[in-house]
Design a binder for this molecule. Sequence first.
Ligand SMILES: [Ca+2]
Length: 413
Amino acid sequence: MSLKTLIALAVAVSLSACGSGNPTTTPPIGGENPGGGGGGGGTTPPATGQCASLLNADITVPSRLVNGPAACDYLLKGFVYIKSLLVIDPGVVVKADKDAVIWIEGGDLIAVGTAASRITLQGFSPLQGYWDGINISTRAGEVRLEYVDIKDAGQTCATSGCRPAALSGYGGGQVTLKNSTISNSYVYGAILENWLVEFSNNRFYNNRWHGLVIDADRVGLLDAPSDYVGGVQPNGFAGVALQGGSEVTKAVTWKKLNAPYSLGSFVEVKNVLTLEPGVKLIGDGGWLDIEPGGTLRAIGTAAEPIEFTGITQTPGAWDGIQFSVYNTGRANRLEYVKLSYGGGEKSELVTNGLITNYSAGIYIANSSIQFSSRWGISCTDKDEALVQLGPGNTFGSNAYGDVDPDCNPTPTP
Ligand SMILES: [Ca+2]
């Protein structure tokens, strides 16, 4: 028996194991409301939603979803665990019943379409968050999504540690996302964590919150050609959200994208973080913490400065950049950087200025530091001249003053 026959057999077994014992033939669609069984929702499925097969049983043996002549190849119902290999062929259209979930639990999901024959995973009704989406568990294997369009997934969740997004997970597996789109989520489009290994040319649009939330250690994988804003169907928030509490543990460059980075909480920098000219970071009460071993190299140009600002033009709208207590690095550089509207009004947690410095060496030139709710630059160690001010800096409208005398700043060419 050939492998192909084996797989086909496996699919037949797997798919017929579900529901009505009505193997691969036309499942309930037609007049039946797939959302109706769970008491749900009163959304009438569109009349054109004829699906060829039902996908409502766990994938426990290697299986394949094939592209048949039907406009909808599979109806996804309920909570489907992927515990083995599931391959989705190019051109396959899966429509998801209300609240349906694909949960990758130890298995692999290989969904690789082509430019001409994309794979579609969408809600049976084109409503934001009609189904839950793809969840990648700690025990996931390889997840490869290429030329895949995920629509109408992404539901709210209330349990601790849950991830409200159409594509998200708990830190397992190896995930590739290329040439794909995620749209029409009721929450975030995707939350990509430390299992992300490859990312390029994706598009996030019409998601109710940010299109993308990403672990700070994976930001370096993001590419400029991807669309994080959504064009004429924008996401509710324009930024790429940095996951709160995540860390930069490897030397990395954050690229200039078509959206700013959003800092809603803190990010800890424990290695060398380089920002490309033109990078913009918008803080909403968050802060950047340059920890021991961490270095910030924010070197813009006159034409493309690097900007850190608040979500609103209010002093204290975000906290600021803190060079933490035991950071004794000497290679921090800020050139052609515009810092504004920080100072820590919201959280009172760590910062005492747009820049708060304990023991790091920082060179600042051709930069502007304005509209802090506290100091422009605050320091604690007056015995050592740790802040070197190069040419071309401008200060203004900082509530406590521009440069804390404890900084004992050294003018430096
Ligand atoms: Ca088809």
